[in-house]
Each structure stands twice: as structure tokens, then as C-alpha cells.
Ligand binder design. Sequence first.
Ligand SMILES: *Cc1c(COP(=O)(O)O)cnc(C)c1O
Length: 431
Amino acid sequence: MERIKSQELFSQAKKIIPGGVNSPVRAFKAVGGNPVYIDHGQGSKIYDVDGKEYIDYVCSWGPLILGHAHPQILAALQKAMAKGTSFGAPTERETEFASMLINAVPSMEMVRLVNSGTEATMSALRLARGFTGRNKIVKFEGCYHGHVDSLLVKAGSGAATLGTPDSAGVSVALAQDTITLPYNDLKAVKELFSKHGGQIAALIVEPVAGNMGLVLPKEGFLEGLRQITAQHDSLLIFDEVITGFRVSFGGAQGFYGIKPDLTCLGKIIGGGLPVGAYGGKEEIMKHIAPLGAVYQAGTLAGNPLAVSAGIETLKILSKPGTYEVLAEKGAYLSLGLQTAARQAKIPVCAAQVGSLLGLFFTPNTVTDWGSASTSNTTLFARYFSSMLKQGVYLAPSQYESSFISTAHNYEDLDKTIATAECAFQSLGTGS
Ligand SMILES: *Cc1c(COP(=O)(O)O)cnc(C)c1O
């Protein structure tokens, strides 16, 4: 039997933690089998409790852009820890971190720190509603913005039933204030705003969609969203929880040159600790308590450990050449995987921007949730299992992206491509 210790730990966990996991994406439901229990990580690798090594392309679902157990991050944490873990009173480091975020993200004039990406999007929506005095929110099918009630509508791989929430426990009334449209469909956005623009508080979008697999914005899509929302005095919210400090140091907005009104951050900015942030124009951010009437708070918000890991991460990322090198590795791996698939005659649709990668098992061009969902998930599950067995750890779903860290070297990438060649070959013959 493989991964015996993982299996034992999973059986114990299942008795007292729902599904054995603290986030459903960690369960291997979409691919079959049991989750791998991790003992430790180092650089580009993780090691499971049975002692097996994997090249890791999950990187904690995006945060670990510097790889596991980066010595400078650990040192910063140790230094911060010695002074105490939390005060519930301001520290100088929060201002230092906030100023780093504002200097990096083009549209941010003020920023508020929270504890997760979900808190960031939830708070940004409340702020948008409070600021505009309107209730409706527009989102795109297949975009995930955390488990905020009103955003659990057509949120990625969740069930896509018209007009109803994806999750039990979300009231229909709440879901009805959320309007969903197909990603990359500017015409649908125009039509909606021409009819209901006056009721729409905000449009929230992943400027690069990373939660239905990887789907890039079509040329002109983000520009169009900027124009239309501005015309109707609705706020444009970029959910950059994945793309922030990933696609470029200035996030997707820096990469594509579009300035949203509000931006949500998370993942990378915590350096592996729980953090989120939302920020934007001063005239909007001034509506947050204690300055304004939109209430939002957090006992552990701006936590000294998280902020220290964040500061150190951004310092390292800001070094010249970081993103160029990451993008070269991203392009190299994507091309290698596509070539391997083509040689095995497995039809795939690949996407890549910087160190963010996606590979759909479909002959179609993927531009939105509709086309993404034409993927052959059975084939993906077999590919996933084969890769895992050979020591490459991918996210256990067709509808997730892969992440490369600065710790991944060309040896890792070549090994991954060779592994994929074997995996694709076995798919070609076995089906
Ligand atoms: C992960 C993610 C979130 C939610 O962040 P959590 O820290 O998991 O709450 C929100 N938006 C996007 C785009 C994400 O990828």
C-alpha cells in the first residue's frame, strides 16, 4: 500500500474534522484517493509523512512564491516572534507594510489589513455598497472570491445552477443581489449595465481568472470593464488575491495597465501566514470605520508575525529580475507540458502568465466557465494520479492553477516535463 501513514492520519481526522480537511479543496474528491499528509517543505519540494518527496506546484495554493521554508522569511518570523505574537494595538510594521503595498499596487492610495482573502472581498463589497448606496454586485461565472455568502454564486467548479446559490445556507435573497455573467463577455456586461447600471454597487473580477483553471482576459476585456463601470458610477473591484505580486510586482493591474477602484489582496502578501488586504482610492477608503460608517474590524488584523513575513516577502520579490526569471520558467514549463501532450496525442488547452499555469484537457479554446467545463475531468484525474505517483504534486482538480516559485529550478521543471511525458503516454494507451 502506498502512503500508509497519510491514510491512517486521514481516517483519524475524518472522525472529528468534516471530511478530514479544513478546506474542501484539500480533499481528493475530484480525483479520487486520499489526501497526502505533509511533514515538511523545503524550497520547491514537499515531503509527506511516509517520507516521499514531491516537486510542489500548489505552493500552499499560491502564497509560497519564494518556496517552502525560505531562510529569510523564517528569520524574519523568529525575530518578530521574540517580541510577542499579537498586541491588538498598532505596531510600526503595519504602516511599513501598508506603504509597501501602496507603492507596489498602482491603484492603491489607502489599504486595510485583514486575515484572509475572503475577508478582503467581503469587506470590499460592503464598502462598495456603503459608498455607492446601491445593493447589486456583478461577478463572473467561474470566478471565485472566497466563501463570502453573496459571492458563492457560480463560483468556479461549484454547481452552476441558474439563479441559485452554490452553497446551502446562502439565502436566495442574498444570491439575488448577485448577478453573474460569462467571463470575457464584454457585450453581456454592456447590456446589463445599460439596463441596471443605476443599481449596481460594484463589479468584482479576477483580472486573470485562476479558479476555473487558468483563463486569461481577452484583449480589451479589462479596459472595457473599467470604462463601463466608470460610466455608471459603479466601482470596479479587482480581486487580486491570486494575481497580486504573482503576475507582476504590481499584480495584474500593473501587468495590464488598468486601475480598478478597489483591490483585494491575500495569499502572497502573507508570506505563508494568514493575511488579506483591501485598498483603493482614498475617497472610497475614507468610508471605513473609524473614519466612516462602513464597519469592519479584526482582532488579529495586522498581526505582527504575518506582517513581518509579508514585508520580508515583498522585499525579496522587489529585487530586479525576479518576475522576468519567474516568467521564463513559466513559459518553459508550459511549452514543455504542451509538447509532451501533443506527442502523446492528448488534446489540451494551455494558458500561462508569469509563474501561473493552467492545462485543460479539452480540444476547445477556453475563454470562460462554459468552455472550461468541456474539459475531460476523468482524464485529468488519471494524469493527476500518475504525476503524484511519480513525485509531482499538482492541485487535485482540473479547475485549479499551478504555481511556480523562485525556488523551482530548471532541473525541477525538466523532471516535471519528463514525468508528464510518461503520464500523457499512459493516458494515450490506457483509455
Ligand atoms: C483564494 C482566493 C480567495 C479567498 O482567499 P482565502 O484566503 O482563501 O479566504 C479570494 N479570491 C481569490 C481570487 C482567490 O484565489
